[in-house]
Each structure stands twice: as structure tokens, then as C-alpha cells.
Design a protein around this ligand. Structure first.
Ligand code: ADP
Ligand code: MG
Length: 480
């Protein structure tokens, strides 16, 4: 960015996450994605007169979980309010949301950036219901309405205007997606709309403390688009400012096909939604014991696990970060280190051969958990040179996963154990060298790189069983 020394970008994000409850926020309609349109819509979802909404306790619990994971303060006294507006996909004519008292107040998220760790401050997390969907691309003349989504529980997470680059916004959303999946409150699937983001962006001269006029870019549906939209918007706002023109407070949309934003509407400052407490829903009180119970149910969070593993197990920053990306992988490692003290080797195996195996087969880490004693034995066989790493990873691992059994037994039966006998290795080497007199001569005249070729040949004729350390010693000795 050419003007980065003169201007500072200011970004605040609003993230909507659909809570992973089976049913809606105020009734028992299913929330499953992808059903036939308008099949998950009871009269309560449609807001028919005489129906009574009832709060889904699981949704409240999930919102609290997220708040606790972010270090927010949980509000004890809560109520739902009606936010009144008309839209075709809002059948009741109002959205049930929280107004003056969001369920979670404040909090922060640690992100890692190229400039080190940063804290992004949250303003609040509140509970609300989702609207239905207007479908514009099925017909050139008509808009269709699918109300299945109406009433799905959402949390809206709002940051302070404290993010200053598209890259940091990208890191923040990545972190949020990881966290909601980690604690199991949302599937984080942006393609299906489970996680959506609006970005508020303004620019100001560096050193200014007053916020500039903001634009809001709505409904960004991938992390890549969030980053790209913010980048182009910052540039656009700076260009307008450089020309001496005034920025208009606007709501804009992002066109991912050509990486531009366009105006949807000029935003008046105060929308009048005529909020009032929903008379059909009693205020709900959360007592501290209940909140503490939820706190206790939270799993260890990625950052603290990462720190603990780095410090206590001596694994690298990179490995620790990798192992705390995905909960099932991280759980597997946590269990494995109960069975072995080869912490680094176990990490390498997960990040290497096991990930690979899991990617290519349809099994999960959960399937592998009963095999942990065998997998630990496998680490020992490699550490004691009884198996080469590549034979262990490529042959023994698939073998013992397909038919659970001791790797020693499998390797013995399939003649895969590494050979440490100097006599046998010596015989293999002699056979190889006898076959390659020209290369031997070239080596002896100084082409030392040929050593790799000889090693490879010994590996081949020994079917990978020649211990490489012994091989290299004998080989260099014989070639002198
Ligand atoms: P609204 O409810 O009207 O969208 P909020 O005050 O709740 O407005 O703010 C929404 C988001 O916009 C928050 O994330 C906030 O940090 C951010 N924001 C507010 N003012 C600015 C600004 N001038 N520049 C950038 N972000 C802003
Ligand atoms: Mg807003």
C-alpha cells in the first residue's frame, strides 16, 4: 500500500455464527442445512398470531461458552428485544435480538501476526435469531423465499474498532473460526453461511484519534473475501480522501468476481428499529453457579495448550502450533503423550505419516485411538533402529491400521525389520560396488556426490532393511 505511512486504516468486524444446536432459538424446528425449502417452518418460526416462543437453553449455553472462551464478562440479567423492520425474508416483521444487555460483554482474542502477537478487543457477543433467505438467482423475474433458516440461533460477535490491516482481520477471523469449532458451538462452515462477516472500515491520518467516516461491507462469505474486500476498500477510501472528496457512510457489497465493492445503500446514522422487550419471552437470569459449570466444561483452549506443550514437552513452536489447529488431532496427541515419552517423535508422526494416512483414507483420529499402544511401540522400533522410518511409515503403519496388531509382530512376519548385521550389510555393499566399477572409479577421483547413489542401491537390494548408519560407515570405508 503506497499511502501506508500517511494513513491508518481502522477496522471493526461483526461476525455472525450460527449455533450448532439441533433446533431453532425459540422453537423445535430443525436447523439442518440443505433441506427442501420451507420444510422447517412451524407457525412459531412464521410468527403466527397466538404462538408462543420459548428460549432454547442450549443456544444460551453455547453463547456463554463462546463468551467464556473469549474472556468476556457474562451478563446475569438478560432479556430479548424485538428489532422491528420489514423484509420479505423476515416473516414476523421483527427480529428477536438482544438490545441493551448483550449476554457477553468485552473480551479479547489473541492473534498471531507477522509483527508478533496482538490482542483484538471485543465489544460484545449477543444472541439473536437468523432471518430466512431471499433467492435471487433461480429466476430472472422472481425472487424466491426460503424460510428454513429463519429463527436459527446466531451469536453476533462485535469487535472494537481496533484492527488496522486486512491481514490482521484475516488472522482474527481465522482464529474465531478455529475457536468456535474447537469448543463445538458452530461448524464454522462459511460456504453454507454458518459463519458470516461484515467489515466496518474507515481511514484516518496517522496520529489522528478521531475515527473517520466508515463504510460497512456486508456478508463476506469466505476468509479470502474478507481480506480482499478490506484491502480494496482501504485503497478506495484513501483515494477519495486524497482527491479531497468526502466519504459517505455507506453499506457496500463485495463482488468476488472482480475484487471490487459497490454501494447497496447510503446508511442513515440512526436506524429506528423501535426496539422493545419481547412481551412473549420472560427475561432470563443466569446465576453464577450455572456460568461456572459451563466454564468447567470448556476444553483447554488452543493457545494455552500450545504454550504448555512447548514448555513441558519441548516441542517446537511450529509443531505446537500445528498440533493445536484441529481439536481431533490435538486430542489425539494429548492422548498419545500419555502412552509415550517420545514427544517430538509422536508430533512428527502426526504431522507427517498419520495426517497423510488420514487424508487419503476415510478414517479419523478417533479410529486410531485404540491403536495408541501399538503406535508407541512403532516409535520405539524406529528409535532403536529396528525399523527405518520410511519402512515404518509406508509399510508397517498401513499394515497395523488395517489389521490391528503389534508392529514388531507385523514387521517380523513380513520380513521388514532393519538389518544391523555388519556382515550382511557388507555383502550387499560389495554386490552393489561390484556392479558399478565406473562410478566407483569416479567417486575415488573426487565425485563424492555419488555416495548417495551407492546408498540408494544398497537400500534397493536390501529392500530398505540395511541400517543406513552402518551402511554409510561401511560404504565410506570400502570406497577409500
Ligand atoms: P452498528 O450497530 O450501527 O453497526 P456499532 O457501533 O455496533 O454500529 O459498530 C459496528 C462495528 O463497526 C463495530 O465492530 C465497530 O468497532 C465498528 N466501527 C464503528 N465505527 C467505526 C469506524 N469509524 N471505523 C471502523 N470501524 C468502526
Ligand atoms: Mg452493524
Amino acid at each position: 500500500m503506497t499511502y501506508s505511512t500517511k494513513y491508518e486504516a481502522v477496522i471493526g468486524l461483526e461476525i455472525h455464527a450460527q449455533l450448532a444446536t439441533d433446533t431453532k432459538l425459540f422453537c423445535g424446528d430443525a436447523t439442518a442445512f440443505g433441506a427442501e425449502p420451507n420444510t422447517q417452518i412451524s407457525p412459531i418460526t412464521l410468527g403466527h398470531p397466538g404462538t408462543l416462543p420459548k428460549t432454547n437453553a442450549k443456544a444460551v449455553e453455547y453463547a456463554i461458552k463462546m463468551g467464556l472462551a473469549c474472556g468476556s464478562r457474562i451478563e446475569n440479567e438478560n432479556y430479548f428485544a424485538r428489532k422491528n423492520y420489514f423484509y420479505p425474508d423476515l416473516p414476523k416483521g421483527y427480529q428477536i435480538s438482544q438490545h441493551t444487555t448483550p449476554i457477553c460483554v468485552g473480551g479479547q482474542i489473541l492473534i498471531e501476526t507477522t509483527e508478533g502477537e496482538k490482542l483484538v478487543q471485543l465489544n460484545r457477543i449477543h444472541l439473536e435469531e437468523d432471518a430466512g433467505k431471499s433467492i435471487h438467482d433461480l429466476s430472472p423475474t422472481h425472487t424466491f423465499i426460503d424460510l428454513n433458516r429463519a429463527g436459527t440461533p446466531l451469536i453476533e460477535l462485535v469487535t472494537e474498532p481496533c484492527i488496522h490491516s486486512a491481514e490482521d482481520a484475516f488472522q482474527f477471523v481465522t482464529e474465531i473460526r478455529k475457536l468456535i469449532r474447537w469448543i463445538g458451538v458452530c461448524d464454522g462452515n462459511m460456504e453454507e453461511g454458518s459463519l458470516r462477516c461484515d467489515a466496518n472500515i474507515s481511514v484516518r491520518l496517522k496520529g489522528d484519534t478521531k475515527l473517520g467516516t466508515r463504510v460497512e461491507v456486508k456478508n463476506l462469505n469466505s476468509i479470502r473475501n474478507i481480506k480482499k474486500a478490506i484491502e480494496v476498500e482501504i485503497e478506495r477510501l484513501i483515494e477519495i480522501t486524497e482527491k479531497g472528496e468526502k466519504i459517505i457512510q455507506q453499506t457496500r457489497s463485495f463482488d468476488a468476481n472482480n475484487d471490487t465493492t459497490f454501494s447497496i445503500r447510503d446508511k442513515e446514522d440512526a436506524n429506528d428499529y423501535r426496539y422493545f422487550p419481547d412481551p412473549d419471552l420472560a427475561p432470563f437470569k443466569l446465576n453464577d453457579d450455572y456460568i461456572k459449570e459451563i466454564q468447567k466444561s470448556l476444553p483447554a483452549l488452543p493457545h494455552s495448550l500450545k504454550k504448555e506443550w512447548k514448555e513441558k514437552l519441548g516441542i517446537s513452536e511450529y509443531d505446537a502450533a500445528q498440533l493445536t489447529e484441529d481439536k481431533s488431532e490435538s486430542d489425539f496427541y494429548a492422548q498419545w503423550i500419555q502412552h509415550t515419552n517420545q514427544y517430538k517423535a509422536a508430533a512428527n508422526w502426526i504431522l507427517g505419516p498419520l495426517r497423510e494416512y488420514i487424508k487419503e483414507s476415510s478414517i479419523s483420529y478417533q479410529h486410531l485411538t485404540p491403536l495408541l499402544p501399538y503406535l508407541s511401540e512403532l516409535l520405539d522400533l524406529v528409535a532403536s533402529n529396528q525399523l527405518s522410518f520410511s519402512v515404518a511409515a509406508n509399510k508397517v503403519l498401513p499394515g497395523i491400521i488395517t489389521t490391528p496388531q503389534s508392529p514388531l509382530q507385523y514387521a517380523t512376519e513380513n520380513n521388514l525389520l532393519q538389518n544391523n548385521s555388519e556382515d550382511e550389510i557388507s555383502a550387499w555393499i560389495d554386490a552393489v560396488l561390484a556392479n558399478m566399477p565406473e562410478q566407483v572409479a569416479a567417486y575415488q577421483q573426487g565425485k563424492k556426490a555419488l555416495l548417495g547413489l551407492f546408498m540408494g542401491e544398497v537400500k534397493k537390494i536390501s529392500k530398505g532393511k540395511a541400517d543406513p548408519k552402518i551402511t554409510i560407515q561401511l560404504l565410506t570405508h570400502k570406497l577409500k
